[in-house]
Design a protein around this ligand. Sequence first.
Ligand code: ME8
Length: 648
Amino acid sequence: MSKGNYYITTPIYYPSAKLHIGHTYCTVATDAMARYKRLQGYNVCFLTGTDEHGQKIEDKAKEAGCTPQEYVDNIVLGEGGVLDLWKLMNISNDRFIRTTDDYHVAAIQKIFKKMYENGDIYKGKYTGKYCKPCESFWTESQLVDGKCPDCGREVQDAEEEAYFFRLSKYADRVQDLLENTDFLEPRSRVHEMVNNFIKPGLEDLCVSRTSFSWGVPVDFDEGHVVYVWIDALFNYMTALGFCNDAKEGLEDFWPADVHFVGKEIVRFHAIIWPAMLMSLGLPLPKKVYGHGWLLLDGGKMSKSKGNVVDPYILAQRFGVDALRFFLLRSFPFGSDGNFSNELLISTINTDLANDLGNLVSRTVAMAQKYFGERLPAQQQVNIEMDKELVEMVCTLRDKYEEQMEKYAFQNALAEVFKVISRANKYIDENAPWVLAKDESNHPRLAKVLYNLLETVRICAGLLSPFMPATAEEIAKRLGGVRMDWDSLEDFGVLPVQVATVAGDALFPRIDMEKELAALEELSKPKSDIEIEPYATEHVDFDTFCKSDFRAVKVKDCQPVKKSDKLLQFTLDDGTGTDRQILSGIAKFYKPEELIGKTLVAITNLPPRKMMGKESCGMLISAVHTEKGEEKLHLLMVDDAIPAGAKLC
Ligand code: ME8
């Protein structure tokens, strides 16, 4: 019987670049919590997704020479993208939302209109500062040394007609919510919100933009797109069918039990989100938990700083469960933690190879060696020296639960590992190898091994939210035993004649020095010159032949107004009619250098609009990175080749 419904969410990620270990951290934590709640018997809905609108994405797509939709599709669905990463990390989300999903876009338009109609959104003029990377507006007084208070980067002046949300109207209610309830945790984040944002005076929030178009259009005022945070925050409800019929579950799962969010986005979740829900008269989520950051060399990981850690490499070298475990075992969830390869390897060696791995292999190996496949039925009853271990195991589930309910993953795991250490000590105290020598001690030996196997069962069950594949493997080695929640409080669930199955070491010990050297080698660029990885997927010959490559001669080349990336080419393609192609290569060439050159173009791509101009094809260039800098050379061919010659 279900204990009830439980709704948990991660932030939805910006697919502006590949995700790194910092993003993985939050998703793994949410997954562990979701699995724990399922283990307890709740009917869980775990939502994650991607937040795909905004200027940052529009800019990135332009840079990459594709549409924003193509750009996000590649990062979300492409090889090594967001979905692949969550699959690799064994993330058990029940739903995945993309803010470009039609149902979400239509729902956001309805929500925006509702707030406009109830008077909480009004039209005004926006003047202030805008941080492009964070997609955040700031007032002068909120800046720190004139820079963005979140990321410390330069901000730009911005002025435009815009819609505003009456955030100020909800200041008192939000302050009361934060100060007088457990809505926001850890508690330290409450003081930060109240002192830094509410007490200085909460201003109305600018909630539409006209300077870019990659967003949800305001359907009653052309040219405006909805501010990306409004679009993003409501994902938690549209994914359950709020303002749409495509999804369902609102009645079962709203209000959410908890939103896990990184500390820099607590402001959006603990002030703006409840205020908007209040405006619509909707129930508030029960909790927002602001976790800390994984730091590298004391700073936040970011693509622009070049200090991101690749979860694919770590998972491939150390295993998915080891990586999941490390993330939640090593850092208190509510605070920042310093990531290092040394810490990762030493955690795996100490906790997983030495403590857990050893306990499992020694216990199973001894059971097999002394008794074969099954323990004998004849076993001594527990004696005084078993008491401490058995008591620790019997009370473990409660202690673990107490910590898990506080999202104190590190402490919950510490409780389990106290028991694992105690069990290893119990082996030494009882010296089964000595008991084995004398047949009359075999009932005692069987009891010792039973106690150990039962300890392993309960520990593995409680570790299952963190290391699901490992827990499953351990269950197999204990003869496919039960590890449901009720059974994790009961010592003695294993059948007396438990059947064991031998296997390889769960976590082989890692040679720290060798591994650090290997990781160092992997992180070095191979040479000054880096080339794109080769495609691994074959393209069939007929498909390839459909691409129409032609020699084209540059008749004219001009910069495109308001774009520092695009050049506009007028080309002779041998047909007698000029062909226009736009190419994002202004950084690499001056227009006049190219006039008269013979280039190669693919000519049968569908025409595309860029900066309002049509582009009919694409020029082919060679690209590589040199000393970290992107280089590009247009493919130029012999001028003797006539315009229109087909390349095949
Ligand atoms: O903020 N350590 O998306 P995002 C820990 N789209 N957590 C980290 C981290 C690190 N080094 N780096 C990033 C957004 N994160 C919005 C959310 S929700 C309605 C919209 C966490 O992809 C970060 O703190 O920039 C945030 O919680 C999450 O990854 C997504 O970040």
